[in-house]
Design a protein around this ligand. Structure first.
Ligand code: DGL
Length: 259
């Protein structure tokens, strides 16, 4: 029987990961849980984030998933503190492998939530692979929330993107920028338009490899299904529906949770 993969994020950011995985593994079933009600996680205290992510994990565990992709960097930065009965795959691990594959010449810019940057999880993990890679990071307080709830506000989005990237470039003119929050690949076209000289690194591609290795073999067939649960209000559900359409993500059900 096809395996069922849980994906969790604070909101709709993890759709950027779901899209890649769904395209590559059409035989798998996906259960996605986005906690839009409590986002942004990146502005919360560590203990609160741990409690929220553990709840997210319980939700998908109760749907019978075989493993969980933490499609949220902020959650992944606390992976050692989380409780799960099934294996957890970290998007930060994927991000580090994506950087190594890029083999960057010079420091890599890292834009992420303030919690992810504050945890130094990227720096710690990459050190286990290489002493030569340095991150210039900046924790942006508003970009993920704007993407989650006001995606169509183009001017606000542009301002937020500038606020996230300009402080990094002020320190060093990086050639590579790691999108260290799953909400950011959703606006990669806008980022590219504003900073065409910078190569953007999206960890989601590397998550395909990690999942492939974890499963042992690529499942065959294309009869997988995707069920999506958004914890939030009606407008956040509609925002999710809009983005699912934009990203061309197939789903069987889209459900509003409201705890
Ligand atoms: N998408 C999440 C991440 O990758 C976080 C957004 C937030 O809730 O702050 O870190």
């Amino acid at each position: 029987m096809n395996k069922t993969i849980g994906l969790i994020d604070s909101g709709i950011g993890g759709f950027s990961v779901l899209k890649r995985l769904q395209e590559h593994f059409p035989a798998l079933n996906f259960i996605y849980y986005g906690d839009s009600k409590n986002m942004p996680y990146g502005e919360k205290e560590r203990d609160e984030i741990i409690a929220l992510v553990n709840k997210d994990i319980r939700f998908v565990e109760n749907k019978g998933v075989d493993l969980i992709v933490l499609a949220c960097n902020t959650a992944s930065s606390l992976i050692d503190e989380l409780n799960s009965t099934v294996p957890l795959l970290s998007i930060i691990e994927a991000g580090c492998r994506a950087v190594l594959r890029t083999d960057p010449d010079g420091p890599v810019g890292l834009i992420a939530t303030r919690a992810t940057v504050g945890s130094r999880a990227y720096e710690k993990r990459i050190k286990e692979y290489s002493d030569d890679i340095e991150f210039i990071s900046y924790g942006t307080p508003t970009l993920a929330k704007t993407i989650n709830n006001q995606l169509e506000e183009i001017e606000l989005l542009k301002t937020n993107i500038h606020q996230a990237i300009a402080p990094i470039l002020k320190q060093y003119p990086v050639k590579n920028l790691l999108l260290g929050c799953t909400h950011y690949p959703i606006v990669s076209a806008q980022i590219r338009r504003l900073y065409p000289e910078i190569n953007l690194i999206d960890p989601a591609l590397e998550m395909i490899e990690i999942l492939d290795k974890t499963l042992g073999q690529t499942p065959s067939g294309n009869d997988g299904f995707t069920d999506i649960y958004i914890n939030g209000n009606k407008s956040q559900l509609e925002q999710s529906r809009y983005l699912l359409g934009e990203l061309n993500i197939d789903y069987r059900t889209l459900n509003l949770e409201n705890e």
